[in-house]
Every structure is written in structure tokens, then in C-alpha cells.
Design a protein around this ligand. Sequence first.
Ligand code: ADP
Ligand code: ZN
Length: 766
Amino acid sequence: MYAEIVFPIPLNKKFHYSVPSELTSRLQVGMRVLAQFGTRLQTGYCIGLVTHSPIAEEKVKPIEAVIDNEPMFDEKMLTLTRWMAEYYFCSWGQALEAVVPSGVRKQMTGQHELMVTLAMPREKIQAEIKSATKLPPQQARVLKFLLDSDISVPLRDSPDVHRGLPTLSYQEVLNRLKISPAPVDALRRKKLLKVFRRTLDYDPFLDTSIPHTSPFTPTPEQAHALEIIKQSLDRNEFKAVLLHGITGSGKTEVYLQAIEYLLSQGRQAIILVPEIALTPQTIFRFRSRFDSNQIAILHSYLSEGPRAQQWHKIRDGTAKIVIGARSAVFAPTTKLGLIVIDEEHEPSFKQENVPMYHARDIAQMRARQENAVLILGSATPSLESFYKASAGEYTRIELPYRIEQRPLPPVEIIDLTHEISPKNSHPVLSKKMELAISEELAQGNQIILFLNRRGFATLIICPRCGAIIRCPRCQVAFTYHKELNQVLCHYCNETHPPPTVCPECGHPQLKYRGTGTEKVEELIKRLFKEYQIARMDSDIMTTYRAYKKTLSALDTGKVNILIGTQMVAKGLDFPNVTLVGIISSDTALYLTGDFRSAERTFQLVTHVAGRTGRGPKGGRVLLQTFKPNHYSIRYGSTHDYLAFAREELKHRQELNYPPFSQLLRILVEGRDIEKVKTAITKISDRLTKQITRLPVELLGPAPAPLAKIKGKHRWHLLIKSKDIASLQALLYNETTADSLKQLTKEFVSSSRAIKISLDMEPVSLL
Ligand code: ADP
Ligand code: ZN
């Protein structure tokens, strides 16, 4: 007997190994094995068992070991991943590797977790940070992070560790700070930190008891939606529904009741929400309706162990409802009946590294396989989905009204080009905005202020020579973070002390321009001293608990003003928020390299605006902009999706952009710009030769809008095609495939200097 094995490497090929007689009874298709590959043992996936090998008997190597006791992948998952590999131009092995969480692959059972805690009281650590001037910056960051995180878990099993000291999962510290283990280990050796293993005795999502809620009587529109969904569930047939409902129209209630019905059929549901909307509030709504034991949550705040635990809970059928971000689409359900993608237009459903899949497409494939129903919910459907609905591929169901006929909040546009402050610059807050805030505060109402940039100043510039201080690795302007007192690159996370002189001309005074959330917070605190102000962006919301704390302070009215980035734009439902102030929403409109910038702006305005007017007090929105006449701002302010879609589709059609074409991006990255250019030119030349007979258009090669990141130059090439078949014909055509393979070899293996990636239906062109 021979096993067909694929490896998680960028080579789409299956390899044949012989199965030693003692393993024949154990090995099954879908299991992982250890096998000699090249010079070392590597984990591979068994995708077939055959009686013949195309390779000569004496050259076939045996499998060394079988890793799993039962198959990790069933027939359906194998089919799905093979399709994924073909569609997204990656290898089958890479696709298989992506669908199982790393903790499961490492055979963690979720029982233990490595933890980090301070090894001495806070004051001593603080003194240490201050006195030890030679403490390397990364180590200082780790200590500061722990000090700030204010989390002390009761440590039942670790009596030797000080109670009440901040304690975090080791993995979480590395993930949140995006660092290697080195600084943590160095601090452990210096006896400033303690690292220990603890038995898992908590689940961050199950720590509070939640009152039970009963289903609402559906509105006529909700009832109509539910009828269509239930009908397909009854018939056990595939159906894709685009649930187009304005913010607050009761989409979530439709999901909840559809799930309730599905559970009575003994089937399982997967709910995908954007990472950012996976809020305690969202989870709360599911947990108040269903038994907590039936719910599995796959959240990026979970470290490997607990994640593996959730995975097993789904696989053994204990969990009936899976809630998670993008990768939860691969949850190992055994009886799937429903997949919901909430906020289906969100770019975060697309994975940005290999395999570069879109959860929406995977969900559609899976639902088809399982005769399940797919619900795509949004107030602002992506134009792709809207177009598919018009073409009949999805059934579009509208929820055009808010619950209890609450009106959508009126949006007033404030034209910032007319607002000049005494210092002859544009103020952060217009007079009108300032006035509106004080009015609402005086009435005891709450306010959300939105701004899509974190940090204090977004630009540091030399007033003499005009030089902009940029990250040397990315050529992107550094952002000044006041709390850290560092400049930070938002692309590679590199930090530096703020420069004291201009690096170009030596001028000793630099100007700090542009506004981030920290600056808004400082300003608001100065203007509204007597009020409680909180900020929510990825700089401070580094742990789930911190996040939860801020939200609950908002809920109980302890916070009057919340300032935040897109973290505040999704999923929040606070009836006492009567004013949303959009400090700025224009950033996307300046990203000229992205054909979706108008769509993104429209979505942002709609969703941020949707955070208010959710209670009996109503609400209003003030929108500051430098582009008051842009159609995305205009239609955003009137909540007119259909008008926006009509205009945007016209532009897309004129330029032949999706949804009117299929897009593929080829990105070449490397440290040596000459090599990058040579490689992309070669690819372009070879493709040009092939395309004469195909309805395909090549754009570029050109430098990517972010032309350098982490020291790597980036050039790209866009291929626009009328249909997917022509794209596949082009790329799977032997000559192309050969030359791509050859190029990959030529550039990758010889010098490791170049990376070529193929991104099918890219959501970012930056
Ligand atoms: P969406 O998901 O479209 O933003 P939600 O499902 O969050 O809307 O509904 C908005 C609010 O209305 C929620 O507080 C929800 O509990 C409530 N709600 C939803 N459906 C009904 C209904 N049929 N009757 C009364 N209240 C409802
Ligand atoms: Zn950088």
C-alpha cells in the first residue's frame, strides 16, 4: 500500500510513500504523518491510499510515523481544501494547514497554559524601569505592558506566585506586543518576571452569569426573512441569502431565531463576525438566548490552548453554535446546517497571507457541500454580493426599517475647508461639534467620537526643509505616540525615541502634525474636564478584559465620551448614545491606489452613524469632512445605500473593476529592488505572451502604493479578467505554470531574496 502525501509548502504536488505493514491498519486518509522530505522529517497530510506508485519501488521511502489516532479531515474537508488550493493558487498542503488551529496541530488539549507574571511588587518593577536606563526598549515594553494590563488571575495552582500581580498568558504577551520570546526570557533570567505553567481553570467568555432572554415577536419583515430561511432548512437545501438590513433593523434577531430553529433539527451553526465586532455585547446576545455550554467561541484573544479546547468541543458535537472571526469558517462541525456572516462587507474576512482565502467564498462552498443555508448580513453589502444578488445567485431580503420605527439618525455634514482656527490651521473640532458635545453632556447623554487613526500626531515634519520623518524600513511616515513617547511605524511596529533634530538638515525643531486618537482624547479632556472620557483603540485595548471593562463602563454610564478608531464602529448598541461625532472619515478617500476607497468610506460613515439613535432618546450625527461633495459622504449622510451602489457600480463598470471583472494581483517582494523589478518584468513578459487569445487585461508592473514595508520593496501586477475560467486558463496553462515555477525557483531558492504571491480577488491593493 502507498500513501499520497501533501506537505504545507508552496509546491502543489503530491508525493508517494510506502506504508510499513505495522502502520497499514492505523493509517487512514485525512490523517497526518511524519515522513522524510528532502533531508528532514516533516509533517504531511495523507490525502489518498493507493495500491500503485508511479515511482519505482526501490526509490519509494516509507512513512516514519502516523501522528493522529483519528482522521483530522473528513472527505468534505479534503474536497473543500482541494478546491481552495486551486482557486487561491496555493498548494493543497498549505490549504490543509490553514484550517486547523495551531494548538490542535500541536496536540494541545487545552489543559495547560504558559503564564507570565511580575516577580516582584509593582513599585519595585516601576523603580527598575526608571533606574535601569540600560534596560533594552523591548524589555521595558514588556514590563510596562504587564504593569498596565492590570490583570490578576486568582492562581489556585501556583501558590508561590504573588497574588494580585498582573499575570498574562505568555503567548498573549508575545502576540500583543508582536515580539519574539527573547525579551521575556531575558527578563526571566534577570528575575524581574516569572514564567510558569498553569492548569486552565477559566474561560474568559464564561466568567459571568447571564440572564436568559426570550425571542421577540418578529416584525413582518423579520418574519418574512425567517420563513424563507426555515423553508430551506426544512428542505435541507443549499440557499444563499443576502440579508440587507439597515443598522438596528433586527438582523441579529433573525440569526438568533434561525439558529433556534436549526438546533431543534439537531444541526450546528457557524456565526462569523469581523474580529472587531466580536464584542462582549455580541457574545452576550447569543449566550442570553442559548445554553452557554452549546456555544464555542474562536477569538484571537484566545491563546493556543483554550482555542484547541474550543475546537474539540465543536468536533465532538458538544458545541452547537460556533461564533468566531474569519477562520471559524473551518470549524470542524459534523452536522452543519447554517452559516451566518455578519457584516459580510468587512475586509477582515479576507486572509492576507497564504492561503489568501475569503471566508465568504469558503462559506458558500461549505454550505453547498452540506446543503446548508448561508446568510450574508449587512447594512452595506459589498458590491460583489449586491451584484450577485441582482444576478439571482443570492436571494436578497430587505429589512428596511429600524425596530420600533426608530428613525435613522440625521447626519449633518460639517465642511472643514471653511473652518480655520486662530492659528490659521484647521481645528480638530469644529465649533459646531464642540457645541453639540456640550449640549448632549448637559442632558446626561453619551457620545461616541470616531477617528480612524491611533496615536497622537500622524506626521512629523521639518519646517525648514519639509522632510517627513519616515520609518527607514517602510518609507511610511512615523506616527508619534505620546503615551509611549515614541514614534511608531504602523506597518512594521518599529519604535524609536522621537527625533530631536531633522535627520535631513539638522534643524532643531520639528513640527507635529495630523491628529490621532490620543490627541483628540487630550483635547476633549481639556475641554470637558468634569466628564469621564475613555479611549478605545488597539494601543490600549490590548487584552480582552481591558476591552470589556471599557464597554461595561459605557454600559453603566460611567463613561460620558468614548473616543475610538474603527473599534467603536461595529456592534456597539448603547441606547443612551445620542451623538456620534465623526472627527474624520476621509482617510480612505486619499488612498488613490484602492478602487474600493469610496465603498469603504460609505461603509464607515454608515456604520459609525449607526451607533446612535438606538434608544428612545434618538440620536444625531455630525460628520466633519474636507470632501463634503464626494458621493460616498453625501449618500452616507442620507443612509442611501441603493443610490450609492448605483453610482459606484457605474464607476466600476466604466473601469472594468470588480464586480464586473475578476481580479488577480501578483505581488513580488524583496530587499533588492533590482531583483524585484527583474522578476516582475519577467512574469509580466511571459503572461503578456499568453494572453492574446484570452479576455484578460494586464495592468503594470508598477510599484505597489506601499512601495516598501519592513525593508522589502514591493512591486505588483494586476490581472483583470472577464471571468475566473480565463484567469485559471492563463495561470494553469502549462507554459505559465512552468515559468512561474521556474521563476520561483530562480529567485526564491537561489537567494531567498524574492517572494512572489498570487492574490485572488484581493481586498487590499496597497
Ligand atoms: P441589527 O443586527 O440589524 O443591527 P439588532 O438585531 O441588533 O439589529 O436589533 C436592534 C435592537 O432591536 C436590539 O436591541 C434588539 O434586541 C431589538 N429587536 C430586534 N428584533 C426585535 C423585535 N422583533 N421586537 C422588538 N425588539 C427587537
Ligand atoms: Zn516600518
